[in-house]
Write a protein that binds this ligand. Structure first.
Ligand SMILES: Nc1ncnc2c1ncn2[C@@H]1O[C@H](COP(=O)(O)OP(=O)(O)OP(=O)(O)O)[C@@H](O)[C@H]1O
Length: 196
């Protein structure tokens, strides 16, 4: 039986979606709207990339960015991290959360049902809000997405495709529609904040 943390953030927003749907983009924009004094972004992939950068002598900053560099190592990182998760499904969520200091935590790369489970068990369901970001393959291709076997057809990309309990589903396709998406995200956070 998991023990729910009494301390920690007042609201946790979990962002999920296919590659290049705009998870990082919207997380950054939401952070600016809420203010970095109050909110922060947490990436479950950060401890994975840190491990890889150290073990392989790679550039951690480039691995964390949205450029081509991380794509070179994505498949290997997925395989390595999958093996670690088999032993302990919360291993990377726990490691990523050691940096949590602010009252609103935006987790920008939720990929598995066990990620959602970890946050629900650790912080309790009342503080949690889940968001699915959608964009068509056409739009994602325009942002640099290309199908890659071993990346786009494995659980890290597909495990949440059949999850239906999202608190909010957003379509992020229009550059001029961002303000409306942010309004809806802020509303979700503020309602959770006042209820907490
Ligand atoms: N609404 C938008 N308007 C303009 N550019 C956008 C929008 N959404 C995303 N982008 C751009 O598309 C690219 C991919 O977005 P982003 O890196 O946020 O995707 P992601 O879902 O985090 O991808 P990955 O899963 O590969 O990390 C980035 O260059 C980002 O700036």
């Amino acid at each position: 039986m998991a023990i729910v943390a009494e301390q920690g953030p007042r609201v946790i927003v979990l962002l999920s979606g296919k590659r290049k749907c705009g998870k990082d983009f919207l997380a950054d924009a939401l952070l600016q709207r809420l203010s970095p004094d109050r909110a922060q972004i947490v990436r479950i992939s950060e401890p994975i990339k840190r491990h890889w950068a150290e073990a392989m002598g790679l550039d951690l900053g480039a691995l964390l960015g949205d450029g081509a560099y991380k794509e070179r190592y994505r498949k290997q990182m997925i395989e390595w991290s999958e093996a670690r998760r088999q032993e302990d499904y919360g291993v990377f969520c726990r490691a990523a959360c050691t940096t949590v200091r602010r009252s609103v935590c935006i987790v920008s790369d939720v990929r598995r049902k066990t990620d959602v489970r970890y946050f629900r068990e650790t912080y309790g369901p009342d503080r949690l809000r889940t968001v699915r970001i959608e964009a068509s393959e056409w739009v994602r291709t325009g942002r640099g997405w290309q199908f890659q076997a071993g990346v786009d057809d494995v659980p890290s990309e597909c495990d949440l495709d059949d999850y239906r309990a999202w608190d909010l589903v957003l379509t992020n396709e229009q550059p001029d529609g961002v303000e409306e998406l942010l309004d809806r995200l802020v509303e979700l956070v503020e309602s959770a904040y006042s209820a907490a």
